[in-house]
Ligand binder design. Structure first.
Ligand code: NAD
Length: 453
């Protein structure tokens, strides 16, 4: 039996004991997870520094504080979320007890990605624990040190039979995917997303796919360009552009392109100094393969800002490309790096038709002072999420479902959406064996007299 099979069997056996279900157990596990994040802050940060050159403050801001808030919220709300949910009744069931009872699905497989390795791996785990499931956790092998820290620490704090960690790469993940799960929760690129879904289909296992794509950003010529550009610069270059909801490219009218360039340049300097390479808040590309992939995208475009790079340290400066065409290399796939192409359009209508020619994105950004422009973009496009006049912050609102649509994913999570996504919402109807007379009309023979017609 392979290591992966053993882990799944162990989680399945532990689930069958029923011990993941009582709310006290779920609360205890969540409390322990919170303790892990607080007590092991240094180890977590050290590994992340080695993996992705993230500062300690960056680790807290972009990973652990959000997880701590999610655990707090889940612990506060768990008894409410897990309680029976009474529903409306019809004439046939008026005196019955009718409700929805959330119940655990069973064993969940969580496959994490590398760009925010704690956030995208542990956030679904919080939902899985809260919903009473067992879960096999597979962190991304691309973050070698973080993956090891998760493998070492999770069993020290959590029930290690219910929530085993399996480390490894493609072959280990594929071996896991050959096993039967009750839900697969995958975060990563769309190409692998299709493989995950195909593997899950063999067992009729439902999937949540948290994927990526090219998230557009339209800037209206009438907006406050310095403010818009500061927010876009933050959204784009955080984690060196390796954020699933980073604005991928800008659409704006030709008349404002130069001002946009100038304001982004000012913001880059204000955030990361004249020399971002020496700035602790500016990250690095995860590895040489991605470095080469991102650099190749600049080949047929004009670099207006940045462009400096160093292969040995996987450094690429915050870079803006101007007068980019839809046919340019940088527009063929999600960039996932610190390149920001600007494409010019005649106005909002052309921006909308440009966006609608592509796949449905994970996020869509519109910067405008005009509510009509904002509402028009919302009404005439589709995306996982849409934000007006800011970037990324919807991720932190646990009352909003986080997820994609179409090519950017399926299913959503965060807060109660995680709980519901990883629960079976079971329909329950309890009737008494009395008052049989009222059922008469539904039993044959169906005569007009009986039906009162
Ligand atoms: P990755 O390389 O870490 O892969 C993700 C996971 O898939 C890993 O655990 C890996 O082991 C596994 N995997 C890789 N190839 C596989 C294969 N052939 N078969 C089975 N499993 C395989 O991460 P990535 O895909 O480079 O991540 C970046 C992508 O993820 C971007 O597209 C980004 O937009 C997206 N993303 C989405 C979200 C979201 O919440 N929607 C969050 C982060 C990243």
């Amino acid at each position: 039996m392979s290591r992966e099979q053993k882990a799944v069997e162990c989680a399945r056996k532990a689930f069958q004991t029923g011990r993941s279900k009582p709310l006290e157990h779920r609360m205890r596990q969540l409390r322990n997870l919170l303790r892990l994040l607080v007590e092991r802050k240094e180890e977590i940060a050290e590994a992340m520094k080695k993996d992705i050159y993230r500062s300690e403050v960056g680790v807290q801001l972009y990973e652990t504080l959000g997880l701590e808030a999610e655990i707090d919220l889940t612990m506060k709300k768990l008894s409410e979320w897990a309680a029976p949910r009474p529903v409306g009744k019809n004439i046939m069931t008026i005196s019955d007890t009718v409700y929805i009872q959330p119940e655990p699905l069973g064993v969940v497989l969580i496959i994490g990605a590398w760009n925010y390795p704690w956030a995208v791996t542990i956030q679904p785990l919080i939902g899985a624990i809260a919903a009473g499931n067992a879960a096999v956790v597979k962190p991304s092998e691309v973050c070698v040190h973080t993956s090891k820290v998760m493998e070492d620490l999770l069993p020290l704090y959590l029930d290690k039979e219910l929530y085993p960690v399996v480390t490894g790469g493609v072959s280990e993940t594929q071996e896991l995917l050959r096993q039967r799960f009750d839900h697969v929760f995958y975060t990563g690129n769309s190409v692998v997303g299709k493989l995950v879904m195909a593997a899950a289909a063999k067992h009729l296992t439902p999937v949540t796919l948290e994927l990526g794509g090219k998230s557009p950003c339209y800037i209206d010529k009438n907006c406050d360009i310095p403010v818009a550009c500061r927010r876009i610069t933050w959204g784009k270059y955080s984690n060196c552009g390796q954020t699933c909801i980073a604005p991928d490219y800008i659409l704006c009218e030709p008349s404002i392109q130069d001002r946009v360039l100038e304001e982004i340049k000012k913001s880059i300097k204000a955030f990361y100094t004249e020399d971002p390479k020496t700035c602790p808040d500016y990250g690095r590309i995860i590895n040489q393969r991605h470095f080469k992939r991102v650099m190749a995208m600049t080949e047929d475009s004009t670099i207006a800002i940045g462009g400096e790079h160093d292969e040995s340290t996987c450094y690429i400066a915050p870079t803006v490309l101007k007068d980019v065409k839809r046919s340019s290399k940088v527009m063929q796939e999600e960039i996932f790096g610190p390149l920001l192409p600007i494409l010019t359009v005649a106005g909002v209508d052309e921006a909308i038709s440009f966006i609608n020619k592509g796949e449905k994105p994970l996020a869509l950004y519109v910067f405008s002072p005009d509510d009509k422009v904002i509402k028009k973009v919302i009404a005439e496009t589709s995306s996982g999420a849409v934000l007006a006049n800011d970037c990324l912050v919807h991720y932190s609102v646990s009352a909003l479902p986080f997820g994609g649509v179409g090519n950017s994913g399926m299913g959503s999570y965060h807060g109660k959406f995680s709980f519901d996504n990883l629960s079976h919402l079971r329909s329950c109807l309890i009737k008494k064996l009395k008052m049989e007379g009222v059922n008469d009309m539904r039993y044959p023979p169906h005569t007009a007299k009986k039906l009162g017609w």
